[in-house]
Structure formats: structure tokens, C-alpha cells
Design a protein around this ligand. Structure first.
Ligand SMILES: O=C(O)CCC(=O)C(=O)O
Length: 300
């Protein structure tokens, strides 16, 4: 039986996203989390690379000025660490346990970490892409997102196509796998069904070589009616698939008064529909490199 049914495909096309049951077993989820715990245990981050991650533009600029400016933009073919705001003191020393300090690890787990590679190329994932008629999809990037208890901001409403732009639009899709139950309380995603039909209004682009900052935004984020967001809880081992111009946001507005009390670990990666990438924008922050051309999904 197909892992993704005709009904799932229809829902995905209509709403721009669909929750799919049973991509991974609980044991497979634990295996990915265990491997990440080992990676974090051994991470060695020079002070100048202690880079916080934020979806707010002014905070991104501040980070580029404070840190190693190209730490983010050159992370597409590496495994790098991005921290929560508030993880370090003024001297760059951890002020929270390092296991609780990370926002995400990215962006090439799918290429260099065997357990992540196996999941990314698994028969279910390949079957899903085939069911959607993708002839030669490639993997663009992958991330482990932590959503730590007690620290960290929310993900503001955004469209992935702002960061991963193609012409025509709609060639990129995300697969987001819950490694723990993702609920309205620990920061599952919310979507506006059908918002993939209204295009994008903002892009993050590389700036000309030799200029600073290294990336900038053109256009501005649309404003959205909060009431229209629909919650998308996902059980451990299940997954969410969405189109790149759909709008995810995290549901709960986090502040010092409302800290998250449990983590919400996910493994997520993005696919582009074709191996030949005439549609892949050279202005995107993420570019294939000699070291790591975008790998084909239909390979082991
Ligand atoms: O998991 C999250 O909090 C954000 C995920 C997301 O927006 C993405 O992967 O593009």
C-alpha cells in the first residue's frame, strides 16, 4: 500500500500541507535523537561561531555583525550549530546547559550522518515523492530543530520560498518529521490552509560579493489574519509535508512568562522537484557546492 494515499495527495494539493501517519517508528525517532545527543556532546564551537538563530531580520543582522559573518551562508554543505538567543553571556560562555542551548543543527545532516541519510532516502520518502510524480527530485538541505524547554523565541510566519526560491514557484517542498509529539503546548506548527495559492511577497537574497551584510531581504512579509491559522499537531514518528509557499508559524507566542516546558524535536528536510536546477535561484543563500551538489533523492 502507498504510504501517501490519493486522499493525502488531494489534501496536500488543496491545503498546501498534509499530516501523514507512521513515517518512522518510535525506535527510529529515538535513534535520530540519540545520534543528535552524541553530536551535541562532542560539538566544539569557537567563540566567534557562537551564532544565534532568529527569524527576525534585525536580529539576523546583529548576529552577522557579532559573529563569523559567513557561518550561516556557508553551512549548506556542513553540519553547523545555531543557538538560541540567551544561550551565551557577553563573553560567549554558555549560560544554559549546552544540550539546551541549540535552536537547530543544519544543513547537511542528510549527506554526512548515516542515520539521517537513511531516513531521508527511505522507501517511504521515495514512495511519497513518486506518488507526487516527482521524476528526479534532489535534497536541498536538512535540519534538526530542537525547540528547547525554557529558552528560545517563536518562529514567525514565513514561507519557505522566501529563503528557497525557484522560478516558477512551487518546486520546493518540506518534509517535517516529529521525533517527539508536537502539540499546541510545545510549539507545533500552524498553517493557513490554501495560503500556498497567494504567492510570496518577500525574498532573502545574497548581496553582491564583497558587500555586507551577506544576505538581505527584498519585499516585505504579508500581514496575516491570526484567526485563519489552523493547528497541526503531529504525533511522534508522523510527518508533515508542505509546499514551499505555504505559511507555517509556531502557535504559541513565547516570552519569559510563558516558557515552553517540554522540547519538540524534529528532523526536517527540503526537496526540489528537479535535479537540473535552472529554476534554482542563484540569489538564494543556499547553493550546491563542489563538495556537495544537491544529492538525488532516488539513491541510497
Ligand atoms: O519547526 C519549526 O519550528 C519551523 C520549521 C520551519 O518553518 C521550516 O522547516 O521551514
Amino acid at each position: 500500500m502507498d504510504f501517501m494515499t490519493d486522499r493525502d495527495v488531494q489534501k496536500y494539493m488543496e491545503d498546501g500541507y498534509v499530516v501523514l501517519d507512521g513515517l518512522l517508528t518510535p525506535q527510529e525517532c529515538d535513534e535520530l535523537r540519540q545520534r543528535m545527543a552524541e553530536i551535541v556532546e562532542h560539538m566544539d564551537i569557537p567563540h566567534h561561531c557562537r551564532t544565534t538563530f532568529s527569524t527576525y531580520h534585525d536580529e539576523q543582522l546583529k548576529t552577522q555583525m557579532q559573529g563569523n559573518a559567513d557561518y550561516f551562508i556557508t553551512s549548506g554543505d556542513k553540519i553547523r550549530f545555531f543557538f538560541e538567543k540567551g544561550a551565551f553571556d557577553d563573553k560567549g560562555e554558555f549560560i544554559v546547559p549546552k544540550q539546551r542551548s541549540l535552536n537547530k543543527v543544519g544543513h547537511a545532516l542528510h549527506a554526512y550522518e548515516p542515520v539521517y541519510k537513511k531516513v531521508t532516502h527511505s522507501p517511504n520518502v521515495q514512495g511519497m515523492a513518486k506518488k507526487l510524480g516527482l521524476v528526479s527530485p534532489v535534497i536541498l538541505q536538512s535540519m534538526f530543530i530542537f525547540k528547547q524547554p525554557g529558552i528560545g523565541g517563536e518562529v514567525t510566519p514565513h514561507q519557505d520560498a522566501t529563503f528557497l526560491y525557484t522560478e516558477p514557484l512551487g518546486r520546493v517542498m518540506g518534509l517535517w518529521i516529529a521525533l517527539e509529539d508536537a502539540t499546541a503546548n510545545n510549539g507545533c506548527l500552524w498553517f493557513i490552509p490554501g495560503s500556498h495559492n497567494s504567492g510570496i511577497s518577500r525574498r532573502m537574497v545574497r548581496t553582491p560579493k564583497g558587500t555586507f551584510p551577506l544576505t538581505d531581504f527584498s519585499g516585505r512579509e504579508q500581514t496575516y489574519d491570526d484567526e485563519k491559522f489552523v493547528v497541526a499537531p503531529v504525533k511522534k514518528g508522523n510527518s508533515l509535508k508542505w509546499l514551499s509557499f505555504l505559511l507555517p508559524r509556531e502557535g504559541v507566542h513565547r516570552s519569559a512568562e510563558t516558557p515552553r516546558t517540554t522540547s519538540r524535536h524534529v528532523y526536517t528536510f527540503h526537496l526540489c522537484m528537479e535535479a537540473q536546477t535552472p529554476s534554482w535561484s542563484p540569489d538564494n543563500w543556499l547553493q550546491p557546492t563542489e563538495e556537495l551538489p544537491f544529492p538525488p533523492l532516488y539513491a541510497k
